[in-house]
Design a protein around this ligand. Structure first.
Ligand code: AR6
Length: 184
């Protein structure tokens, strides 16, 4: 585990399975249908049970499909986490299609929604770095940078932000990024 502190909020990166997090909220790297999929999305819906997809269906019927860079919240169903914040990352198309702005927006919108719901602990996967093909190094820089920027600019209920990386390679890349920001 690596750690840093931004104002009163503890930032951590760990290697693990996000479906096992006992946080107030975990973040799902969803797609715009919100109806589930593979990767972390599949794992969250599998572990959380059908209540989550039912809530997602209601959200989509009310507001339509979820554009990339936006976020919505549901309960956590059978998960140890109380809530799931669903966001849609950008598909990597080489980096000139606004991917960086959209990915940063995912993190910021999740934190806004978490604050609005008085959430104290939130865990993020490495959004877009699987099926959507975003290279891990820039994705880690944007993930950590966006969270730090948000926390520095806002007063928030969030006491802990965790990045939960599924494999060693992703964890090592996040740990290297944490080493650059230690002391923030
Ligand atoms: N815990 C933490 N991280 C995980 C887990 C887990 N249980 N499982 C996978 N990862 P991806 P995307 C990591 O493909 O790139 C879905 O089908 C994985 O190693 O899940 O945003 C959706 O429905 C990778 O680093 O999400 C969309 O269609 C990271 O999670 C599409 O994939 C993200 O990989 C979204 O693609």
């Amino acid at each position: 585990m690596v750690k840093a502190k931004v104002k009163e909020t503890l930032l951590q990166a760990i290697q693990g399975d996000i479906t096992r997090e006992k946080a107030d909220a975990i973040v799902n790297a969803a797609n715009l249908s919100l109806m589930g999929g593979g990767g972390v999305d599949g794992a969250i819906h599998h572990a959380g049970g059908p209540a989550i997809v039912e809530e997602c269906r209601t959200i989509v019927s009310e507001q339509g499909r979820l554009p990339a860079g936006q976020a919505v919240i549901t309960t956590g169903g059978k998960l140890p986490a109380k809530h799931v914040i669903h966001t849609v990352g950008p598909v990597w198309r080489g980096g000139n299609g606004g991917e960086e702005v959209t990915l940063a927006s995912c993190y910021t919108e999740c934190l806004k929604l978490a604050s609005a719901n008085r959430i104290k602990s939130i865990s993020f996967p490495a959004i877009s770095t699987g099926v959507y093909g975003y290279p891990l190094e820039p994705a880690a820089r944007i993930a950590i940078g966006s969270v730090i920027k948000y926390l520095n600019a806002n007063s928030t209920s969030i006491e802990q932000v965790r990045f939960v990386l599924y494999d060693t390679n992703a964890y090592n890349i996040y740990a290297a990024e944490f080493a650059k920001i230690s002391g923030v």
